[in-house]
Design a protein around this ligand. Structure first.
Ligand code: UDX
Length: 448
């Protein structure tokens, strides 16, 4: 199959490279000349474990190439994927579809012969119909089948998710596309993954419903964690106890500072807007969005409490800034709201992240000091706050930490330590939804 991937951002690049690795002939296209120039030189614009090697291997084997020329790439393709961004529109939270529609117009004038046009970008219900209409209007002779094929890739695990998916969802209206899409996903090791064929609108909604459900699950356990703190119960044990029920499942029950990232915040908001416009509001998700937004800033209160009621004039070391580990992505990361709240309350912040410092320097509020490592961030600090659960923070040298800090106080927003262990090292420790300093033997981590 000859595949053109329009948009070489996170989703486009990972998907394009993986398709090339399946043996397809893939060209990744992007308007950004600097991005394509970098990729041609073997420089990968994003941090994703394993992506570098996979790009190099497939460029060498001749299955993967890069271009800024959309017309030639589309003209030679059997399948054209649209994988451009769909950010939240400023002001109203709807998904901004201008990039998708402008890609559709360009595709319309460049297609030759029967071509399957696939939206991989996360798009609201009905976008496939609009792409179909735009192409037909721009080029009435174009012979295309417009398909929806949402992605379910997690940052940091995207290649594995692509190659070992729980399912592949394909929404189509033109039966000719069924065979083509089956061929695109044919590789043997994928045969075990269910290929779910449905209509286009249903496929578009599956993506939003999946992300909204997961965001709701996280928000549920976060609120249960708050309740645990009020009544003296343990959220990890609750998560374990409910997660063993197969109808609930153990994954995505890890309480923390609130979900962030490029998908959940944007997709939950877009679903809320779509549902309101359709006259069928999904109140559970409206509440999820609201609760999660408030939660991020509220996490600063934990730091204030750990510092004895005020952080004014105090130094706080923030460990971990990205929205989750194994990524450099800072989009909607809880660290942004927490840092802002602490700065507003008069704290001085020393921040460190293993991969996200570049983006963090642009996004975090002004006046923050950026440290070279966790111990530098803790230097002279009245408390450290673990915001992202990078492996690097899971085995800190407590003696060294105590020596450099002004006061031995740790606020752990990801529950990566046990209170009694830290008490032994002389630390005052607070975490999420767990009684202070109570030992919990044999509790399995409920998150993935
Ligand atoms: C998500 C979806 O998992 C993926 O299927 C979709 O295609 C894109 O959005 P991603 O945003 O990369 O992927 O990260 P994910 O691992 O799902 O985590 C999202 C957020 O939820 C992070 O901020 C994470 O810290 C938080 N989270 C996740 C929790 O707080 N608790 C959990 O138990 C799981």
């Amino acid at each position: 199959m000859r595949i053109a991937m329009i948009g070489s951002g996170y989703v486009g690049l990972v998907s394009g490279v993986c398709f090339a690795d399946f043996g397809h002939d893939v060209i990744c296209v992007d308007k950004a000349h600097d991005k394509i120039a970098a990729l041609k030189e073997g420089r990968i614009p994003i941090y994703e474990p394993g992506l570098d090697e996979l790009v190099q291997r497939n460029v060498r084997s001749g299955n993967l190439s890069f271009s800024t020329d959309i017309a030639t790439s589309v003209g030679e393709a059997d399948v054209v994927f649209i994988a451009v961004g769909t950010p939240s529109r400023r002001g109203d939270g709807h998904a901004d579809l201008s990039y998708v529609y402008s890609a559709a117009r360009e595709i319309a004038s460049a297609v030759k012969g029967f071509t399957v046009v696939v939206t991989k970008s996360t798009v609201p219900v009905g976008t496939g119909d609009e792409v179909d209409r735009i192409i037909a209007e721009a080029n009435p002779l174009a012979d295309v089948a417009v398909v929806s094929n949402p992605e379910f890739l997690r940052e940091g695990a995207a290649i594995d998710d692509f190659k070992r998916p729980d399912r592949i969802v394909v929404g189509l209206e033109d039966e000719r596309a069924r065979e083509v899409m089956a061929e695109v996903y044919r590789p043997l090791y994928l045969n075990k993954a269910p290929l779910v064929f449905t209509d286009r609108r249903t496929s578009e909604l599956i993506k939003y419903a999946a992300n909204a459900f997961l965001a709701m699950k996280i928000t549920f356990i976060n609120e249960v964690a708050d309740l645990c703190e009020s009544v003296g119960a343990n959220v990890q044990e609750v998560a374990n106890g409910i997660g063993l029920d197969k109808r609930i499942g153990a994954k995505f029950l890890h309480a923390g500072p609130g979900y962030g990232g490029s998908c959940f915040p944007k997709d939950t908001l877009a679903l809320v807007k779509t549902a309101q416009d359709a006259g069928s509001p999904i109140r559970l998700i409206e509440t999820t969005v609201e609760v999660n937004t408030q939660r991020k800033r509220a996490m600063a209160r934990k730091v204030v409490a750990a510092c004895g009621g005020s952080v004014r004039g105090k130094t706080i070391g923030m460990l971990g800034l990205t929205f989750k580990p194994m990524t450099d992505d800072m989009r909607d990361a809880p660290s942004i709201a927490i840092a802002q709240a602490l700065v507003d309350l008069g704290a001085k912040i020393q921040a460190y992240d293993p991969e996200g410092m570049g983006h963090a320097k642009k996004i975090l509020p002004p006046g923050i000091d950026f440290a070279e490592g966790p111990y530098e961030a803790a230097e002279g600090a009245d408390a450290i706050c673990i915001v992202t659960e990078w492996n690097q923070f899971r085995a800190l040298d407590f003696k060294r930490l105590r020596d450099v800090m002004s006061a031995p106080v740790i606020v752990d927003l990801r529950n990566i330590y046990q209170g009694d262990e830290l008490a032994k090292h002389g630390f005052s420790y607070s975490s999420i939804g767990r009684p202070k300093n109570r030992h919990m033997a044999g509790i399995k981590d409920a998150a993935e």
